[in-house]
Design a protein around this ligand. Structure first.
Ligand SMILES: CC(C)(COP(=O)(O)OP(=O)(O)OC[C@H]1O[C@@H](n2cnc3c(N)ncnc32)[C@H](O)[C@@H]1OP(=O)(O)O)[C@@H](O)C(=O)NCCC(=O)NCCS
Length: 179
């Protein structure tokens, strides 16, 4: 879906082919890709171009992907939604130079607020590889709760990794929204 959101420091906007170089340079970092399920390492310009070429602006809201711009900095990360066998899922990454400034908390709050306003979804799933304390902290702050442990393949690591599964219900979000 072709939508743009603004927060205090960020613009969340549709991906564009011109994002390929920045995306490739930031994702070609094991500290980022090693925390994600579906991103290869090394990550090449061709991978970014291929991903961006497949983006469809008329995709349903449930499959919306945002590129994150920070003030003058273009494409510092992404947050997006997709569906799996259990329902809607949110995933995200931020380029390493921008970590620990509360940016993904800010982006995720805006994207999830938009998601629940725009779709009829009653819940949103996510989770983290077991070592990803920062991402788990973000999800807990947003109202996600842990539902169990599963094994998930990590493309960058080339192996199955223990994954903490989480869920955010519309009701829990409504209680926390605005905090
Ligand atoms: C995980 C990631 C998105 C965090 O982005 P960020 O903008 O640095 O996160 P924020 O600053 O908004 O919030 C991080 C929170 O984690 C906390 N945190 C950071 N390191 C932590 C650790 N080792 N243990 C516990 N909490 C930690 C921070 O204190 C902060 O919580 P607070 O706001 O309550 O203080 C970013 O590091 C990233 O993209 N990593 C690689 C890809 C990835 O992991 N994606 C998510 C896959 S589930």
């Amino acid at each position: 879906m072709d939508v743009t959101l603004e927060t205090r420091r960020l613009v969340l906007r549709p991906p564009h082919p011109a994002d390929a170089r920045r995306m490739a340079s930031f994702l070609d970092n094991f500290a980022v890709s090693g925390n994600l399920s579906r991103v290869p390492y090394p990550y090449r310009l061709a991978d970014a171009r291929d991903y961006l070429a497949r983006w469809q602006k008329d995709a349903p809201a449930e499959e919306t992907n945002f590129v994150i711009d920070l003030d003058g900095e273009c494409c510092v990360g992404q947050i997006g939604f997709h569906g799996d066998a259990f329902g809607p899922v949110v995933g995200y990454w931020l380029a390493q130079p921008f970590w620990s400034r509360g940016l993904m908390s800010e982006a995720a709050r805006a994207a999830i607020a938009w998601y629940f306003e725009t779709t009829g979804a009653l819940e949103l799933r996510s989770g983290v590889f077991h070592f990803n304390r920062a991402s788990l902290a973000i999800q807990r702050k947003l109202g996600f709760v842990e539902t169990g442990i599963s094994m998930r393949h990590c493309l960058a690591r080339g192996e199955q990794v223990r994954h903490i599964d989480t869920i955010l219900t519309r009701a829990a979000w409504a209680e926390r929204d605005g905090q």
